[in-house]
Design a protein around this ligand. Structure first.
Ligand code: MV4
Length: 493
């Protein structure tokens, strides 16, 4: 493989291209008019503008991207995450054009894209699943029977859904009919497929996912877990690896189940198998994501494996260079997602210019981003500014390092979720490891971020600046390089 086109933008496009460069592979960026000056466009060996800013006129235009590949003699496409990454039709069209899709087969994507067919495939390997319906519910009558046998509360889920879309909780049989009708109509309008199924509702679960990697020779391994329980409205906020609740025995059992889910669809490449873990540490298979995930860096940090390189190697037909017993967890890694959103104002996107943008640095700190100081955050896409990742010898060190990195990060011009992430990292429930998917609902209130009114902030900043100047004047003799406290800190903390 000599040239790879990255069918994505932002931090993930850049992250993929870095691995390509290390492997001596040329890169092609495709970009929208909104991303003309983006770092990933500058980093690529070649770059082609494919349309106006809206994704459906640029990053989602599979046929146009394949045309670019043909013109530039591209031999592989890396889809990143989001956009076309889980589109089986696109993967098939890429293959049809004689280009390597860096990811699983269209068949595996189709099988795992539908939750019912994923569960049916997993069932053949005796993977534990939440009790509920065997397949789709065809009528309200049938649904009620299964609901009574399953028990309440229960969930009605859309087979074509994912990430919590099209999910409805039912507390009692009297509500079943109405909720089922709503679920079916939501699923039909959102996914064009009204198939729904029933699962018992697992209260207070942890969301734990297993990274798997398969090659074209039938080998598949697990790269341990990521704990993703801290999330807000199905949007992950903090991820870490390993999870502080898994014993070596449960880790092995979950890992082996994940490998079997991969085997059930002849999985090739990097994939993620999602599980729920209940209070008694029983785990249940939920779904499989057939792409590289946003949070893949924490796995890279604790295994020392570059997942993008591995994706490319297996796409070239190489055998995995390691076996399960070669893989070990080393240390601990935490990731926070830094969004241009205002956590004090219901997480409304706060789009604007990155007037000041200074990354934290130092031992154990990794920043995956796609911005430079002075750039505008486009309104057309996900408002994620960066992923801030830390690594330490143990969980406490990774967390302390993350708090230090958050304090060192200087972002002026937009509100960010950094103070919110710091709040979570300092919370007893988080540091003790005793939390579940309801963490934010249970513990977070916007007032905890203690944001001042603009007037108060200005007064505080003026006082702070005076104090800093005074202190600096005193320090000149002992430390002439003393840094003033950043404006960001004065305003936000
Ligand atoms: C569940 C559940 C409880 N019981 N299934 C939400 C996203 C989708 N992947 C599955 N989800 C859930 N499925 C049963 N039977 C609770 C959730 C859930 C959740 C799961 C993972 C992470 C965050 C979550 C937040 C709310 C609900």
């Amino acid at each position: 493989m000599n040239k790879i086109l990255v069918a994505n933008r932002g931090e993930i496009a850049l992250r993929v291209m870095r691995s390509c460069r290390e492997m001596g592979i040329k890169t092609v960026a495709v970009y929208s008019e909104a991303d003309r000056n983006a770092p990933f466009v500058k980093y690529a060996d070649e770059a082609v503008c494919i349309g106006p800013p809206p994704s459906n006129q640029s990053y989602l235009l599979g046929h146009k991207i394949i045309e670019v590949c043909k013109q530039l003699n591209v031999d592989g496409i890396h889809p990143g995450y989001g956009f076309l990454s889980e589109n089986a039709e696109f993967a098939a069209a890429v293959k049809q054009a004689g280009i390597t899709f860096i990811g699983p087969s269209p068949e595996a994507m189709d099988m795992m894209g539908d939750k019912l067919s994923a569960k049916a495939a997993a069932k053949k390997y005796n993977i534990p699943m939440v009790p509920g319906s065997e397949g789709a519910i065809d009528s309200v009558e049938e649904g009620k029977k299964i609901a009574l046998a399953t028990g309440f509360p229960l969930l009605i889920k859309a087979s074509a859904g994912g990430g919590g879309k099209g999910m409805r909780i039912v507390e009692k049989i009297e509500d079943f009919e109405e909720q089922m009708k709503l679920a079916v109509s939501e699923a039909t309008s959102a996914f064009g497929d009204g198939s729904v199924f029933i699962e018992r509702y697992v209260a207070g679960p942890r969301h734990i996912e297993i990274q798997v990697l398969g090659d074209t020779h039938g080998n598949i391994v697990y790269l341990f877990e990521r704990e993703c329980s801290v999330q807000r409205r199905h949007q992950k906020v903090i991820e870490e690896a390993p999870s502080s609740v898994l014993t070596p025995e449960i880790r092995k059992a979950m890992g082996e189940c994940a490998v079997n889910v991969g085997k059930a669809c002849n999985y090739v490449g990097a994939g993620t198998v999602e599980f729920l873990l209940d209070e008694n540490k029983n785990f249940y298979f939920l779904e499989m994501n057939t792409r590289l995930q946003v949070e893949h860096p924490v796995t890279e940090m604790i295994t020392g494996i570059d997942l993008v390189k591995e994706q490319i190697k297996v796409a070239r037909g190489e055998k995995l260079a390691f076996k399960q017993e070669d893989l070990k967890i080393n240390g601990h890694s935490v990731e926070v997602r830094v969004y241009a959103e205002d956590p004090a104002n219901n997480f409304l996107p706060d789009i604007g210019k990155l007037v000041t943008y200074k990354r934290p640095q130092g031992l154990g700190v990794r920043v995956d981003d796609g911005f430079e100081e002075g750039m505008d955050i486009p309104i057309y896409y996900d408002p994620m500014i960066s992923k801030l990742i830390t690594f330490g010898k143990d969980r406490a060190e990774a967390i302390d390092r993350m708090i230090r990195a958050i304090d060192d990060y200087e972002i002026v011009g937009v509100e960010t979720t950094l103070p919110f992430c710091k709040f979570v990292l300092q919370h007893d429930a988080f540091t003790s490891g005793n939390f579940d998917t309801h963490f934010i609902k249970h513990y977070f209130k916007p007032e905890y971020l203690n944001k001042e009114t603009p007037e108060e902030a200005e007064i505080a900043a003026l006082f702070g600046a005076r104090l800093v100047l005074k202190k600096q004047a005193q320090k000149v003799v002992s430390n002439e390089n003393a840094q003033p406290v950043s404006k960001w800190k004065l305003n936000r903390l």
